[in-house]
Design a protein around this ligand. Structure first.
Ligand SMILES: N[C@@H](CCC(=O)N[C@@H](CS)C(=O)NCC(=O)O)C(=O)O
Length: 209
């Protein structure tokens, strides 16, 4: 059976979980504890040379990087997380990259300083926090506008870009990132959060904190 080596506080890990649930794939979620360095053991370094999560073992086939994992699983199981057509794929890739390169980077600055640093007794970097907040104020309106003119973030149907964005916004509440001002993001998020594939991903203690 597919094994996902992951941590439920990590958005790329949750993204893989969303992908499996959407695609109807059975998997074993093998939780790795950051605080015990379980992602730096020789066993895990063999799965991921930089000792990061997620990584999968699909009956001996090893893969890391959440996008590569989701694309592999989608192709293997004939899913529709990647659309058909040159332009539709390009548009989906564009928004997926925007979420990863800009929104996720901003989110991680805020989440690290507001959630992880206090939780794990690490110093808070106020400059980094401020920058993350400023970046979110710059990028979330772009996402909101996109969702005002497109039913899904990546295009006409649920895609990899949507689960990327959904997973990285999972920490919004605990990181005190108000999304109420973004009506289109909030409506899209509520719609997806009502789906069983999303609820199941958080049902067994996989909530992001
Ligand atoms: N681009 C990678 C990101 C992987 C990543 O940075 N994972 C973090 C958790 S969100 C991690 O494992 N950090 C531990 C470390 O770097 O030691 C992906 O999408 O899979």
């Amino acid at each position: 059976m597919l094994k996902i080596y992951a941590n439920s506080m990590s958005h790329p890990c949750i993204k893989c979980r969303y992908a499996c649930n959407v695609l109807g794939i059975e998997y074993e979620w093998v939780g790795l504890d950051f605080t015990k360095g379980e992602h730096k053991t020789p066993e895990h370094m063999a799965r991921h040379p930089a000792g990061k999560m997620p990584a999968i073992d699909d009956d001996g086939f090893l893969l890391f990087e959440s996008d590569a994992i989701c694309r592999y699983l989608n192709a293997k199981h004939g899913g529709s997380l990647v659309p058909d057509g040159l332009e539709a794929i390009a548009i989906m890739d564009q928004w997926n990259a925007f979420a990863i390169q800009h929104v996720a980077l901003a989110m991680s600055k805020v989440a690290f300083n507001r959630v992880f640093a206090p939780k794990f007794n690490m110093p808070v970097d106020e400059n980094s926090l401020k920058e993350g907040v400023q970046w979110l104020a710059r990028y979330l309106p772009v996402v909101d506008e996109r969702l005002g003119s497109s039913e899904f973030y990546g295009g006409d149907a649920l895609s990899l870009a949507d689960i990327t964005l959904l997973a990285l916004l999972d920490m919004a509440e605990i990181a005190e990132i108000g999304l109420d001002a973004y009506a289109n993001i909030s409506a899209w998020r509520s719609r997806l959060q009502a789906e069983s594939w999303c609820q199941d991903a958080h049902a067994d203690n996989a909530a992001p904190a």
